[in-house]
Ligand binder design. Structure first.
Ligand SMILES: Nc1ncnc2c1ncn2[C@@H]1O[C@H](COP(=O)(O)OP(=O)(O)OP(=O)(O)O)[C@@H](O)[C@H]1O
Ligand SMILES: [Mg+2]
Length: 262
């Protein structure tokens, strides 16, 4: 885990400095066990971790006008969908608080895009049907507004993956996806993209053609350090050095209260 910790240390140091890893380095607690969570957690102390991530993304949105944040991981099952769903939920909810409730139009809408086309999960997370989605927008020119679904959470929308499977790399790197992103940019204040893993997934490389800002989700005590290193290198070679790392499912061996004072 040496490399992960080095990267996280650097992130901590640079947190306020605006350097490459300055944005996110939050710890998300393990939620009881590794058993399927697959639903939104509402315990305050868990949501607080996601809230801190949302705050960092929000400041990037405000200061640098970044609208699209793409979450990926080295391998499968590191928690990308879980993180995207919770950060989206928190962000949408924060728009209901007094400071933001006067926002209207695109700024008051958060969109989650399921770009993990061969293993879609966001639809299940929010209990949405997935017949028409991103894949159909890309291959059948279905207008995005017909495919985007409102969730039960106010201000939160999902473009599910759709039903077509296979390698859609060509479409993801092509003009159809670029046009779709332009349309989404006009209609949403922030777009969180649930992407496939970096290693051995050509769709991720295709996605990086038009998406610039990546966040790497790392499963604490699980993702091997060489895989994290390789993912960062691959993204860097594509000119997409990650904005930061989210350390997911961290276990605290001393009481968390004490840990936070260290
Ligand atoms: N912090 C956590 N605590 C406990 N369980 C978690 C946590 N994060 C994710 N999980 C569980 O781990 C499993 C994988 O998480 P998730 O589906 O979010 O990963 P993923 O990276 O999106 O996977 P895939 O690559 O297959 O899309 C799920 O069962 C999820 O509920
Ligand atoms: Mg997933």
């Amino acid at each position: 885990m040496g490399y992960v910790h080095e990267a996280l240390k650097k992130a901590q140091q640079n947190r306020n400095g605006g350097d490459e890893f300055a944005v996110i380095s939050e710890r998300i607690q393990a939620q009881v066990s590794r058993s399927p969570v697959q639903r939104l957690q509402t315990r305050k102390e868990i949501l607080r971790d996601y809230y801190l991530i949302k705050e960092r993304l929000h400041s990037l949105q405000m200061l640098q006008g970044v609208r699209f944040f793409t979450f990926t991981s080295a391998h499968r099952a590191e928690g990308v969908t879980t993180v995207v769903a919770h950060v989206g939920y928190i962000w949408a909810n924060s728009l209901l608080t007094p400071g933001f409730s006067s926002l209207t139009g695109p700024e008051a809408r958060i969109l989650l895009v399921d770009a993990n086309l061969n293993n879609p999960q966001l639809n299940a997370f929010f209990n949405l049907e997935n017949e028409m989605g991103l894949a159909e927008c890309l291959t059948q020119r279905l207008p995005a507004e017909k495919a985007i679904k409102q969730t039960s959470v106010k201000n939160l929308f999902v473009l599910t993956a759709g039903t077509l499977r296979g390698d859609l790399s060509h479409q993801l790197s092509g003009s159809a996806f670029a046009n779709l992103l332009q349309e989404l940019q006009l209609n949403f204040g922030a777009v969180l993209v649930d992407a496939p893993p970096v290693i051995a997934h050509p769709e991720l490389i295709a996605l990086s053609t038009h998406l610039k800002h990546f966040i790497l989700v790392v499963r604490s005590e699980d993702t091997p350090s060489y895989a994290v290193k390789k993912s960062i290198e691959t993204l860097s070679e594509l000119g997409r050095k990650p904005l930061g790392i989210v350390l997911n499912a961290r276990r605290y061996y001393i009481p968390e209260k004490i840990y936070r004072r260290l």
